[in-house]
Write a protein that binds this ligand. Structure first.
Ligand code: SF4
Length: 382
């Protein structure tokens, strides 16, 4: 069976945000054109084994590609029969959205945009090193609507150094006024080798865990009040239509595939993939990535065949990020393992601590367990 999910990494950003540990760098000279040619070749390499129902162009900043570069990528996607997905997302930075580009993407079959707003406070945007203003978020959002996008995600962050609860509430209100179909809200993480991590280590900024908890509680309240249903620790979506609410209808299918342990191809520098029980990672260096592909070689720097139990443990851990948790029968179907045997003691401990419940053939975290899902998930790794 061909793989049904495709991730494409576009490794360019106008400048580096102070908290970012993703592989991305400034575009220079002919690098972007060289990357586009290499990417098209890599797509040719995987096309025979890929019929994507979901596609995600992330980065980096995919919207930084010019119209001509996008045309080349989209033409290749079409020629290789990689287009036509049920859900096709492209990440955009508010500083690099134009009506022409948005229309081009929409006409090629892109039907979902994920836009990084992060905060609606100018001072905090500066602190994060974002290249856009609050006005640009509003303008780009309107542009996306004008181009026909009716499925838009906004990314926000909380626990940004110096951010007050009021500032976070204002950002949530501003996001609610735009009425995007989806909202992703992440706590700032101090990743090694980022300027923000160095500032924390040097004592120039503080991490306030109590305030972060208060912000997360506020997020849950405000998101529910604005009509977004939480379906994962950091993800909220609208639910439309009459179908009973299991997963909200605007939930991101591509990410759900990751959390449910599904296969996916990853192309572009630093992209990870998971196919046939093997996890891969492409080389995280754009020049070396291009060289490898120009020599006709696959650009992977790591491949790892996980044991079946280790993989099942990871799948359990990822799935617990979702409000639905795991149905026992679904977990057994996906992984071949029984949660009630291998992980009975771990589940029991979490239930005792009120971090999780077992209900209707399902194991899931409680709202307080969700707040510490990463710690809970560690229990399941083997
Ligand atoms: S725009 Fe996104 S990928 Fe680029 S530096 Fe900022 S956070 Fe990282």
């Amino acid at each position: 069976m061909p793989v049904g999910a495709l991730y494409v990494h576009v490794p360019f950003c106008a400048s580096k945000c102070s908290y970012c540990a993703f592989y991305s760098h400034a575009p220079d000279g002919g690098t972007v054109n060289r990357y586009v040619d290499a990417l098209v070749h890599e797509l040719e390499m995987i096309a025979g084994d890929c019929r994507p129902r979901t596609i995600f162009f992330g980065g980096g900043t995919p919207s930084i590609l010019t119209l001509a570069q996008w045309e080349k990528v989209l033409e290749a996607m079409h020629r290789l029969k990689l287009d036509g997905a049920d859900e096709w997302t492209v990440e955009c930075n508010p500083a690099t959205v134009s009506l022409e580009k948005a229309r081009l993407l929409r006409s090629a079959g892109v039907n979902r945009i994920s836009m990084g707003a992060q905060t609606f406070d100018e001072g905090l945007l500066d602190r994060l090193g974002r290249v856009h203003s609050t006005a640009m978020i509003h303008k780009s959002f309107d542009t996306l609507r004008e181009a026909g996008f009716n499925n838009v995600n906004l990314d926000l962050m909380f626990a940004i150094p110096t951010q007050t609860l009021e500032q976070f509430e204002q950002s949530l209100s501003a996001a609610a006024q735009l009425r995007p179909e989806h909202l992703s809200v992440y706590e700032v993480i101090y990743e090694q080798d980022t300027p923000m991590y160095e500032q924390l280590r040097a004592g120039k900024i503080d991490a306030n865990e109590d305030l972060a908890c208060e912000m997360y509680d506020t997020l849950l309240e405000r998101a529910a009040a604005a009509g977004w249903h939480q379906y994962e620790i950091a993800n909220f979506a609208r639910h439309e239509g009459d179908a009973p609410l299991g997963l909200p209808s605007r939930a991101c299918r591509h990410n759900i595939n990751y959390w449910r342990g599904g296969e996916f191809h990853g192309v572009g520098p630093s992209a990870t993939g998971y196919t046939g029980g093997v996890r891969t990672r492409n080389i995280a260096n754009t020049a070396k990535y291009c060289e490898r592909i120009e020599r006709g070689e696959r650009p992977m720097e790591e491949t790892e065949q996980l044991g079946a139990l280790a993989r099942a443990g990871e799948t359990a851990a990822f799935g617990l990020r979702m409000n639905e948790g795991w149905a026992f029968d679904e977990f057994a179907r996906v992984t071949g393992f029984d949660l009630n045997q291998e992980w009975a003691a771990d589940m029991g401990r979490l239930v005792e601590q009120n971090m999780a419940v077992i209900q209707s053939g399902r194991f899931r975290l409680t709202p307080s367990g969700m707040r510490f899902a990463d710690a809970a998930a560690m229990e399941f790794l083997r």
